[in-house]
Design a protein around this ligand. Structure first.
Ligand code: C2E
Ligand code: MG
Ligand code: MG
Length: 746
C-alpha cells in the first residue's frame, strides 16, 4: 500500500515536473521555431517581391525596346524614300532600276526587309521586290490586307501635311516622315510592315500627284530577328508563339495588327533574381535554421538538465521537510497531509482509518543512562521493526522523540488489535547495539475513525487518549479509544482544577508512616501526602502526584509538603523524617534554597531529614540535579533511593550518586513469599547495599513472615502496614505524649 502510494506520488511528481518543463520550454521552442519560420517566410516573400519587381521592370524594358526597335526600322526606310530623287524616280517618272537599287535591294541587303512594295495614289502596286529581287506586282496581294489597314493613316497625314513648295538652293529638310507600321501574318510568318509616304527631302523636286506613292516594306520576325533582340536585351528563351501558347510562367509582349488584334506573343523566360538568390541562399538558410534548431535544442536540453537538478533538489528539500532525518519515516507534516487525505475519503458508508500511536516506554531512561547515541539506535531499530510488521500500513511516521504513528485504511477492530499486538511483540525484542543490549517496550493507543468530517488532529487526539490509557494500565499495552476516555480526560481536567483549588484551600495534609527496627522501635517516619477532597473523599497520592507533575502543580505541592513536614516534625528530635521529592523538584535550581529556607523557618534541623528520590529523578543527570544532590548532602540531609529495583537502571544510578539508603520496593517484598525470584532479588539488593555500605529498608512489609525472611536476608529496617499505618502528626503527637507519660509513671 505504502509502495503503491509512493509509486502514485512519483508519477504525480513526474507529471508536475513535465508540466512545469513544458510551460517553461514550450514557449522557447515555439518562439525559436516561430522566429525561424518567420525568417524563412520573410526571406521567401521578399525574394518573390524582388522577382515580381524585376519581372515588371523587364516587361517595361522589352515593351520599350520593341517600340524603339520599330522606330529604328521605320527610321532606316526614311533616307531611301524621303528624298527628292525618290519623288522623281518613283512619282514623276517611275524608274524600276532606281527602285531596285535604292529601295528593294537596298533595304533587303542592309536592313533585312525581305518584301518591298510600292503603290500609287490609287493604292495600286507598281513595284514589288522579294529578297532584293524585283518580282511581279501580284505578290502584293498577300500584303494588301495589312496595306489597306496602314494606308488610311498615311493618307490622312499626307492630307494634313502643309502644302509643299519648291525651295531650290535651301539645304534644310522640308518634310517630316509620314509612316505607319503594324504586324501582319502572311503565309504563317509574322512580319513587321512599315508604310512610308514618298516625299521630297530638300524640296527641289515636289510630288507630281496629290497622293504620292507609298512604300510597304516587310521585315519577317524570324529566328535571326529574335536572336538579335534577345541578345540586345539579354532575354532567355525568347520565342514567338501563337496567342495563348505562351509557356507557363513566361513573360510576354503581344504583337498587334494595326486594328489591335494580337497576332503573336513574344515570350521569354523572365529573369528571377530573387529565386536565384533563394536557390543560392537555400543551403546557408538551412544552415541557419539548423543552427537555430540546435541552439533551441541545446537551450532546452541544458535548461532541462538544470531544471532536473532544481527539481531534484526541490524534491530532496520536500523529502527532508516531510521526513524524519533519523529514521527516514514521514514526519508530522507528512502524517497530517496523508491522514487528512485518508480521512477526507471517509463518507460514513463503510470506509475507515485506523490510527495507532506507538510510544516507547521509559525511552528517556535509555537516553539518560546509555546516552543519546543508544537512544538513536533504539529509535532506528523501532522504525525498522514497524516497517517490518506494518506491511499493510498506509503510513508509518515518527512524530518526534519516541512517538510513532501508524495509519491503516482498515476498519476491522480484530485486524487493528492484531497489528497492535504484533508491534508490541516486535518492539520488545531487545536491541543489541554497540551500546550494549537495550531493552525496550512500547505502549499503543488505537483509534478507528469511521465517521466523516474528522480532522487529523482529532484522530490523533483519540489515539493519544487511548495511549494514555495504555500507560495508565502499566505500559506495554495496546488500548482502543473509547468515547468514555473523553470523559476521563474531562475528569482529569476537573481534578486538576480541583487540586489547584485544594492547594489554595488547605485541603491537603500529611500523614507519617513509621519505619522500625527489628525490635519494633520506631526509628523514623516517612511523610506521605493526602488530599481530602470535600466531595470525592481521600484521593491517594498515586493519583494526584502524577497529575500535579503533568499540570505544573508539583512546585506548589512540593513546597506545601516541605513546609508542612518541617512545621509538624521540627520538634521530633529523636526521629528521622523521610520526605518524598518528585523528579521535577530536584531538577529545579532553587530547590535546596527552598529546603533550607523552609527548614529554618520551622526551626527544623536539616540533618534529621531524608530525601526520598526515585531513580527517575536521578537519571535526569543534569548539572542542576547533581548540584542539588551535593548541596543537600552538604546540608546534612541523607538521600534514600525509593522503589529500588523497579527502575530501569538502578545500578548505574548507585554508581553515580552516593545515596545513603536503598528502599526495597514493596512489589518485591509483597511477592517474596510466592516467588523465589523476588526473594533472590531482595537478597541481591540487600547484598548490594551491604557491599556499597548503604543502609537498606524494606517497604510494604505486611506479614511477620516477610519481616522474618527480610531479617534473615540481612535487612533490619522495615516499613509497612505490619509495623505501622501512616497516621497524622497529631495522632503521632498523642501517641508520643502517652508513651512519655507511661515512661514517666514507670
Ligand atoms: P512511596 O514513596 O513508595 O510510599 C510508600 C507507599 O506505600 C505509600 O503509599 C504507603 O502508604 C504505601 N504503603 C506503606 N506500607 C504499605 C504496605 O504494607 N502495603 C501496601 N500495599 N502499601 C504500603 P501512598 O501514601 O499512597 O503513596 C504512594 C506514592 O506517592 C509514594 O510511594 C510516593 O511515591 C508518592 N508520594 C506520597 N507522598 C508524597 C509526597 O509528599 N511527595 C511526593 N513527591 N510523592 C509522594
Ligand atoms: Mg517513599
Ligand atoms: Mg517506595
Amino acid at each position: 500500500m505504502a509502495c503503491f502510494w509512493g509509486a502514485g506520488l512519483t508519477g504525480l511528481a513526474k507529471q508536475y515536473r513535465d508540466r512545469r518543463k513544458s510551460r517553461l520550454f514550450g514557449p522557447i521552442v515555439v518562439m525559436a521555431l516561430g522566429a525561424a519560420l518567420l525568417l524563412v517566410a520573410l526571406a521567401v516573400f521578399l525574394l518573390h517581391r524582388f522577382d515580381a519587381a524585376a519581372a515588371e521592370r523587364e516587361q517595361h524594358m522589352v515593351e520599350n525596346g520593341l517600340e524603339r526597335q520599330l522606330h529604328e526600322f521605320d527610321a532606316v526606310i526614311v533616307p531611301q524614300v524621303n528624298w527628292d530623287d525618290a519623288v522623281k524616280k518613283l512619282d514623276h517618272q517611275f524608274d524600276p532600276a532606281w527602285a531596285d537599287f535604292n529601295v528593294g535591294n537596298y533595304l533587303y541587303t542592309f536592313n533585312g526587309f525581305t518584301r518591298t512594295f510600292i503603290v500609287d495614289g490609287e493604292g495600286k502596286p507598281f513595284y514589288a521586290s522579294i529578297d532584293g529581287e524585283r518580282v511581279g506586282t501580284e505578290n502584293f496581294a498577300r500584303f494588301s490586307a495589312i496595306a489597306s489597314q496602314l494606308l488610311p493613316e498615311i493618307r490622312k497625314a499626307e492630307a494634313a501635311r502643309p502644302a509643299l513648295k519648291p525651295r531650290p538652293g535651301k539645304d534644310n529638310i522640308l518634310t517630316v516622315p509620314i509612316q505607319a507600321n503594324g504586324f501582319a501574318t502572311v503565309d504563317g510568318q509574322v512580319y513587321l510592315v512599315v508604310a512610308t509616304l514618298v516625299q521630297p527631302d530638300f524640296g527641289r523636286i515636289l510630288p507630281r500627284h496629290a497622293r504620292a506613292p507609298v512604300t510597304f516594306t516587310a521585315l519577317p520576325f524570324d529566328a535571326a530577328m529574335l536572336k538579335a533582340f534577345s541578345e540586345r536585351y539579354l532575354l532567355d528563351r525568347l520565342e514567338l508563339v501563337a496567342p495563348g501558347r505562351s509557356p507557363q510562367g513566361n513573360a510576354q509582349v503581344a504583337l498587334h495588327s494595326p486594328k489591335g488584334q494580337a497576332l503573336a506573343l513574344l515570350t521569354w523566360q523572365p529573369r528571377e533574381p530573387g529565386t536565384m538568390l533563394l536557390d543560392q541562399l537555400r543551403l546557408p538558410m538551412l544552415g541557419v535554421l539548423a543552427l537555430i534548431a540546435f541552439t533551441a535544442f541545446t537551450i532546452v536540453r541544458r535548461g532541462s538538465r538544470v531544471l532536473n537538478d532544481l527539481f531534484a533538489s526541490e524534491a530532496r528539500a520536500r523529502e527532508l521537510a516531510l521526513h524524519d532525518t533519523l529514521t527516514g519515516l514521514p514526519n508530522r507534516a507528512k502524517l497530517f497531509e496523508r491522514l487528512g487525505a485518508l480521512l477526507g475519503q471517509i463518507d460514513g458508508k463503510g470506509g475507515a482509518v485506523a490510527v495507532l500511536c506507538v510510544d516507547l516506554d521509559r525511552f528517556k531512561d535509555v537516553n539518560d543512562t546509555l546516552g543519546h547515541g543508544a537512544g538513536d539506535v533504539l529509535i532506528e531499530q523501532v522504525a525498522e521493526r514497524l516497517r517490518r510488521v506494518c506491511t499493510d500500513a498506509a503510513l508509518i511516521s515518527r512524530l518526534g522523540g519516541d512517538e510513532f504513528v501508524v495509519v491503516c485504511d482498515r476498519s476491522s477492530r480484530e485486524w487493528v488489535e492484531a497489528l497492535g499486538l504484533r508491534i508490541l511483540t516486535a518492539v520488545r525484542e531487545p536491541v543489541v547495539s554497540a551500546y550494549g543490549k537495550i531493552e525496550a517496550s512500547c505502549s499503543i493507543g488505537m483509534a478507528i475513525i469511521d465517521d466523516a468530517g474528522v480532522v487529523p488532529g482529532e484522530a490523533l487526539r483519540r489515539a493519544d487518549l487511548a495511549l494514555y490509557r495504555s500507560k495508565e494500565l502499566g505500559r506495554m499495552q495496546a488500548s482502543f479509544f473509547e468515547p468514555a476516555m473523553d470523559n476521563a480526560l474531562r475528569e482529569r481536567r476537573a481534578l486538576e482544577a480541583d487540586l489547584r483549588l485544594g492547594l489554595s484551600r488547605d485541603q491537603l495534609e500529611m500523614v507519617y508512616q513509621p519505619q522500625v527496627d527489628e525490635a519494633g522501635r520506631i526509628i523514623a517516619y516517612e511523610a506521605l501526602v493526602r488530599w481530602n477532597h470535600p466531595d470525592r473523599g481521600v484521593i491517594p497520592p498515586a493519583v494526584f502526584v502524577p497529575l500535579a507533575e503533568e499540570s505544573g502543580l508539583i512546585q506548589p505541592l512540593g513546597e506545601f509538603v516541605l513546609r508542612r513536614v518541617f512545621a509538624e516534625t521540627a520538634a521530633w528530635k529523636d526521629k528521622r523524617i523521610a520526605i518524598n521529592v518528585s523528579p521535577l523538584q530536584i531538577r529545579l535550581p532553587g530547590f535546596v534554597a527552598l529546603v533550607t529556607r523552609l527548614a529554618a523557618r520551622a526551626g527544623a534541623d536539616p540533618a534529621r531529614y531524608e530525601i526520598e528520590l526515585t531513580e527517575t529523578a536521578l537519571l535526569a543527570d543534569g548539572p542542576v540535579t547533581a548540584a542539588n544532590f551535593d548541596a543537600l548532602k552538604r546540608l546534612g540531609l541523607t538521600i534514600a533511593l525509593d522503589d529500588f529495583g523497579t527502575g530501569y537502571s538502578s545500578l548505574s544510578v548507585l554508581q553515580r550518586f552516593p545515596v545513603d539508603k536503598i528502599k526495597i520496593d514493596r512489589a518485591f517484598v509483597g511477592c517474596m513469599e510466592e516467588s523465589a525470584e523476588s526473594e533472590a532479588l531482595v537478597e541481591a539488593i540487600i547484598k548490594l547495599a551491604d557491599a556499597l555500605d548503604l543502609a537498606v529498608i524494606a517497604e510494604g512489609v505486611e506479614t511477620e513472615e516477610q519481616m522474618a525472611r527480610l531479617s534473615a536476608l540481612g535487612c533490619h529496617e522495615f516499613q509497612g502496614h505490619l509495623t505501622g499505618l501512616p497516621i497524622s502528626a497529631a495522632a503521632i503527637e498523642t501517641t508520643r505524649l502517652r508513651a512519655r507519660r507511661i515512661r514517666r509513671r514507670a
